[in-house]
Design a protein. Structure first.
Lengths: 114, 114
């Protein structure tokens, strides 16, 4: 099956700093990539959808200036959490889809802001 | 507003018996449904899907049933195995420009006892 990787798998940063998370589709070209956030024992919440070469579409309530998404190529999307605060601590998961309907998920990134 | 709901946060089943996981949705525009399996600290992996033109889809030990009139779907796993222990998410999407935007339920944690 299709493989999606995320880096880093976990990161600890200080409040006020920025953190970049990478999402790569390793064996297929991802026309669309998605970024989700999951709180403990809760659903995956879609944050934004990005298509290669265009601006990301953010879901209601998600600050686009805080969560910067770049989808520069068909195999790479990045999420940058700017000026991170403890409430941004969460599990961030990306997914990628090609021409089909299925989304292939990365393993997730655990962000802890101290 | 949660458009996809999984009302049972957990389910415990004996090995060899049937596991039935339930999911309800509110948006009548949803026409494609998926089940994902997730282990701790990992991204979800695709299990099985069904489109609204069908009421049943089977893949090995996994069968998904769709009742459109009740806006309800279920995942049956038979026979259940200890390796099936994980969190199961159902997801739904609608035809149109947002066809690959998935709405996830909050998950059901399945424990299959040896």
């Amino acid at each position: 099956g299709a493989v999606v990787s995320q880096h880093p798998s976990w990161v600890i940063c200080k409040s006020g700093t920025s953190v970049k998370i990478e999402c790569r589709s390793l064996d297929f070209q991802a026309t669309t990539m998605f970024w989700y956030r999951q709180f403990p024992k809760q659903s995956l919440m879609l944050m934004a959808t990005s298509n290669e070469g265009s601006k990301a579409t953010y879901e209601q309530g998600v600050e686009k200036d805080k969560f910067l998404i770049n989808h520069a190529s068909l195999t790479l999307s990045t999420l940058t959490v700017t000026s991170a605060h403890p409430e941004d601590s969460s599990f961030y998961i990306c997914s990628a889809s090609g021409l089909g309907h299925e989304q292939y998920f990365g393993p997730g990134t655990r962000l802890t802001v101290t | 507003d949660q458009q996809v709901k999984q009302n049972s946060p957990s389910l415990s089943v004996q090995e060899g018996r049937i596991s039935i996981l339930n999911c309800d949705y509110t948006n009548s525009m949803f026409d494609y449904f998926l089940w994902y399996k997730k282990y701790p600290a990992e991204g979800p992996t695709f299990l099985i899907s069904i489109s609204s033109i069908k009421d049943k889809n089977e893949d090995g030990r996994f069968t998904v049933f769709l009742n459109k009139s009740a806006k309800h779907l279920s995942l049956h796993i038979v026979p259940s195995q200890p390796g099936d222990s994980a969190v199961y998410f159902c997801a739904a999407s609608a035809v149109g420009s947002n066809f690959n935007k998935f709405y996830f339920g909050s998950g059901t944690k399945l424990n299959v006892k040896p």
